[in-house]
Design a protein around this ligand. Sequence first.
Ligand SMILES: *Cc1c(COP(=O)(O)O)cnc(C)c1O
Length: 232
Amino acid sequence: MKPIKDNLTEIRERITAAAQKCGRDPHTVTLLAVSKTKPVSALEEAIAAGQTRFGENYVQEGVEKIQYFSANQNLEWHFIGPLQSNKSRLVAEHFDWCHTIDRLKIAQRLSDQRPADKAPLNVLIQINISDENSKSGITLAELPALAEQVAVLPNVCLRGLMAIPAPETDPERQSAVFRQMETAFRELQGKYPQADTLSMGMTDDMDAAITCGSTMVRIGTAIFGARNYSVS
Ligand SMILES: *Cc1c(COP(=O)(O)O)cnc(C)c1O
């Protein structure tokens, strides 16, 4: 395993190359470092190498890291895991973003529970674009109605869409799925100008995601190495 600093350099170069290859400005793609299961020492290495945005999947683990790094005002924390309503308060109180809105009840609770002294919580609606086995996310058919309801909540800001497509070995099928997301995102932007974020692409599919308009890639393994769930 190479140093995290070198991995970050490589990922940034991969983002730049993928963007340039399809004529996009590399600065329009944000790198979210997915640090779930990783110790704070790993995040410290990433921060020392200039990384400021981190994604966490588990509420308690994420909150502990946010509190550990609370003296650093430059960091931005994204909740990217499935969210149960009994955990929404911790997300509303501590995180800057939530990528996994899949029902009005959760968005409503996050808005109600967002502390008054904080900016509205940035939220993304999660689309279940191709993974029939996953219960997370809504269908594209359900998107217009949910977006309309989320957009009017006072303490959340609808910033766009997120998807975790099923792993796909055929590049054409993979692109087709990403293209569907791109189209849905453009339509959403037409109605909600503040929606500027399409969160898609992970270690194995980030290049195709960038080609299809992703503005935020969520990268764990390529930065921090493989995850070991048994010790966490
Ligand atoms: C774990 C995770 C990632 C990172 O995946 P890698 O393949 O390790 O890059 C991205 N997004 C979500 C929602 C995740 O749970």
